[in-house]
Ligand binder design. Sequence first.
Ligand code: HEC
Ligand code: HEC
Ligand code: HEC
Length: 201
Amino acid sequence: MKQEGNVPATPAAPRRPRKKWPMVVGVVAVVLVVAGAGFLVWHESPSFCNAICHEPMDPYVEGYYQDEALMAHAHQVADTTCLDCHEPKIDEQINEGLAWVRGDYSVGEDGMLTTVGVRSDAQMCATAGCHDFNEVVETTQNWGGEEGVNPHESHQGYQLDCSSCHSAHGQSMMYCNTCHDYQVPEGWAAPVQSAGPTAKA
Ligand code: HEC
Ligand code: HEC
Ligand code: HEC
């Protein structure tokens, strides 16, 4: 009857069997931390991306390592990993995981995703440690030997995403040539010309 108020006064009996818990918890915590760290390291490596999700990730990973025509490959050579460009965000990764489990995505004949959700822009590419955009502008002055022409600095302004021209995993495209007839870099596509300043009638 009196025990209610006395519980803390007799701690010896219940405490003893509990003593192992801190150790068990400690061991589990260490295992989780080590496994977690291992997972994070693996997560950082390109092989993580297609370890489970062969479809649709295989062509992206293969191209990254093997296709010299791809911008992604040039970045592989420069030690830039998938996650340097594809900044992992928890909500996006969960959505990607769910889409994969549900089969809620579609791929083309080349095995690449047909629903493009990612685009490169100045925020992805022209940030500290990556590309200095002023230098980029410099390298393409007087493009194709034509005075005043610069794909990186034009009347199209900086509204153009890098993806308007550059593709990381596919063929890049000389967007300006929708209307103009400028030099097209080797291996790039030229868009079908619409009527424009130099369009041939
Ligand atoms: C240089 C930066 C860069 C690197 C490195 C890179 N990607 Fe990409 N990735 C992009 C860009 C930009 C796109 C948008 C489509 C494009 O440009 O081809 C994209 C698109 C994708 C897509 C299509 C997703 C969507 O929603 O459109 C997948 C999947 C993908 N990348 C996987 C990978 C994997 C796997 C690796 C590493 C093996 C990788 N990427 C390396 C920049 C990069
Ligand atoms: C209107 C088309 C277009 C857009 C938009 C564009 N580029 Fe380019 N970019 C080019 C062309 C053309 C080249 C020259 C490629 C070549 O010589 O093979 C080039 C080359 C480059 C190079 C290589 C420069 C060198 O050192 O040789 C980098 C880096 C680059 N672009 C970054 C960017 C970034 C970052 C963006 C977005 C902020 C961007 N580009 C937007 C067309 C474009
Ligand atoms: C939607 C069509 C369109 C696109 C896309 C386009 N331009 Fe133009 N551009 C024009 C028109 C129209 C003019 C004005 C032509 C004129 O006055 O003779 C022009 C003028 C110019 C001029 C001035 C010199 C000239 O030929 O008169 C330059 C340089 C130029 N564009 C560069 C570019 C570059 C670089 C890109 C790609 C980043 C680009 N343009 C994309 C339509 C376009």
